[in-house]
Design a protein around this ligand. Structure first.
Ligand code: GRF
Length: 216
């Protein structure tokens, strides 16, 4: 079974969705850079080991990332899942885990990288908004897209109502992306896009479309 480590900084609702999705993976640890992250208690309630690598305890990004990598590597994870991890990671850190570090972002990338995505979507008068799971590359909120989900923007939406609608979709697509990765079904092509392989039964045959969520 593949092993994952989840990195958080706060509430941890995406982490919780992954923990509760009963995926065929071992969740080796949840690591937070923020000791007060609410998600730490949620992880412990689920019986998952937690660790804090506090960025404030380190003089600079390089020493923080060295400590973070050391803790991550203790668990020899196949996949690192950023779930509301609010520190920008250097190119060196990202490259160390190239192809096995993923993130969720609350917009339909490449629209609205960075913070306050729901405010930006409302200000732009968009009718559709959403979320994106992507492989992490040195450019922040960029990188090959694995899965996206779209939601309507309603006339009376506020930042909060729109955020809640998007978050419900985040909780659906992030466990799905982790499952695909751990089933070995994500393939990064030479042109930097992600292809999702159809599911196969134990005999190696493709599952019928009715049994395969990707079936057509
Ligand atoms: C989510 O909206 C996620 O897309 C963004 O940060 C937020 C984290 O929320 N990267 P939570 O900690 O998972 O509840």
């Amino acid at each position: 079974m593949k092993k994952i480590v989840i990195l958080i900084s706060g509430r941890g609702s995406n982490m919780q969705a992954i923990l509760e999705a009963r995926l065929p993976v071992t969740i080796a640890a949840v690591i937070s850079n923020e000791p007060r992250a609410a998600g730490l208690a949620i992880a412990r309630r689920h019986g998952v080991a937690t660790h804090v690598v506090e960025h404030r305890a380190h003089a600079d990004r390089a020493t923080f990332e060295a400590a973070l990598a050391q803790t991550v590597d203790t668990f020899t994870p196949d996949l690192i899942v950023l779930a509301g991890f609010m520190r920008i990671l250097s190119a060196a850190f990202v490259q160390r885990y190239a192809g096995r570090i993923i993130n969720i972002h609350p917009s339909l990338l490449p629209a609205f990288p960075g913070l306050h995505t729901h405010r930006a979507a409302l200000a732009a008068g968009l009718k559709i908004h959403g979320c994106t799971v992507h492989f992490v590359t040195p450019q922040v909120d960029f990188g090959p897209v694995i899965i996206q989900a779209a939601v309507p923007v309603l006339a009376d939406d506020t930042e909060d109502t729109l955020a809640a609608r998007v978050l419900a979709q985040e909780h659906r697509v992030y466990p799905q992306a982790v499952r695909w990765f751990c089933e070995g079904r994500l393939q990064l092509t030479a042109d930097g896009t992600v292809v999702i392989q159809r599911a196969r039964a134990t005999d190696g045959n493709l599952l019928s479309p009715a049994l395969d969520p990707l079936g057509s």
